[in-house]
Design a protein around this ligand. Sequence first.
Ligand code: FES
Length: 465
Amino acid sequence: MQSVWSEDTQIRRRESLAGDMEAGAVVIGAGLAGILTAYYLKQTGIRAVVLEADRIGSGQTKNTTAKITSQHNLIYDRLIRTFGRPMAEHYAMANEAAIGEYERLIVEKGIACDFARCPAYLYSRTGTELLKREAEAAQSLGIKASFKTECELPLTVAGVTGFENQARFHPLKFLAEMAEEVEVYEQTKVLKVEGRRVETVGGTVTAEHIVFTAHYPFINVPGYYFARMHQERSYVVALEGAERLQGEYLGIDRDGLSFRTCGDLVLLGGGSHRTGVNREWRSREPDPVSRTGSGCSYEMLRSRARELYPGCREVSHWSAQDCMTLDGLPYIGRFSRRKPFWYVATGFGKWGMTSAMVSARILTPLISGQDCPEGDIFSPGRHFTAQAAKNLAMHGAYTVKGLAKHLLPSGNSRIVPNCPHMGCRLEWNPEEESYDCPCHGSRFDREGRLLDGPAQTDCRRRERP
Ligand code: FES
C-alpha cells in the first residue's frame, strides 16, 4: 500500500539522460536533499544536474511522517556531553533554521503543501528524568523547550518535553514544486563514478563537484559508509475517526509511538527494527542501539490504534527505511579526504525533513567555497565517540553472522538468498514479503528484484530444471 502522500500527488515526469554533458555539479538522487541542494547551488550560479534512478521523490521522501522538527528524540543532553556545547549549538541552530527556511520558501513561492507550525513533543509513560534533562539541555542551546506532565494524547503520560514552533507539511507537494526549479533526469541510474565523471545508462555527466544524496551511498570505498551505518524499518498506519491532535508526538519508551495529524487523519507510527532482523531473531537478541526486540509491526500498531481510538478505521499503511549512523548524527559534508570534490548527505535517521534542508544549507557553501562553521558537527570526518566505537563492533557482529550464514543451505526459494552487496544471507520478511539483509539493509522482492540499497543489482535466480 502506498503512503497518504503518494496517493494524492503526481510529480511531472522528466526525460532520461541521453548523451554526454558537463555541469558545475552533479547531484545523485532526487529526494528532498538532492532537489534542495541543486536548488541552492543554482541560486549561487552553479549549474547542478540531478540524476535519479527512478522518479523524483520515489525513495524515502514519500514514506516519511513529514514532521519538520529540531526535536530528534533525546539528543541535546547527549550532544552537549559528547561533543561539547558549541557543537551541540550548531546542531540545534542548523535544525531550527531549517524549519524557518522551509517556511520562507513555501511563503515566497506560494507552495500549497499544507505547511503548519505546531509544537513537537517527546512523551514517556514511565519516567520524567530524561525528559526534564532534555528540556533543560535544549533550552540552554536556544530552543524554546519546556517540560510538563499533561498532554492531549489519549493515554496517560508521566511527562512530555515540548518544543515550540515546529512544523509539518505534505512532503511530495513541496517537492513537486521545488523540482520545477531544477534540472532533473529521471530513470537515469548511475552505474559508475570515476573522479569527476558520472556514468549512467544513457550518457555521462562530467562535473567539478559530485554530490551523493541517494539515501545510501552506493560506493563502498572510499568512505566506508556501509560499515558506519545500519538501516531500520518502521511502520505507519493512517487512521480515520481518530481525534485530531494539535501537536506531533514521539514516545521515548521502548514501545513508544509516533503521532501526527494529517488533514482528518492521525498517522500512528512505530515498530522500528533493524532491517533484516526478523521477529524470531529480534525476540532472541534485543539490540541496545536500535531498541529492537519488542516484536513490533503493523499488527502491533493496529492493536494500539483500536485501544487508543475505538471505532477508528485504517485507510492506509506503509513503511519507511532509515539510515542510522554510529553516533546518531547525519553524515553531511565531504565524502572522504581522498575525494575532496565528492560530497555526501546520508544517515538522517528518522529526521529526514530537517536533515534534508540542513544538508542543502551545508553542502551549498562547502561546494561554492564559502565558510560553513555549523557544518562541523555533521561532518563525516567528525571525531569518533565511545558510543560509536561500541556500535561499530555490534554492527560488525551482524555482518560476521550474516556472512557466516551464507554458507548454510539456502532452501528451495526461486532466488539465491545471498545479498549481492557483500554476500550476507538474506532473511525472508513475511510482513512485507521481501528478502531483507541484516548486514547493511538492502531489500529485494519475492523475485529477487532490488528494492533498497546499498546493493546495486538484483539477487541471482536459481536455474529451474
Ligand atoms: Fe551489505 Fe547486504 S546490504 S551485504
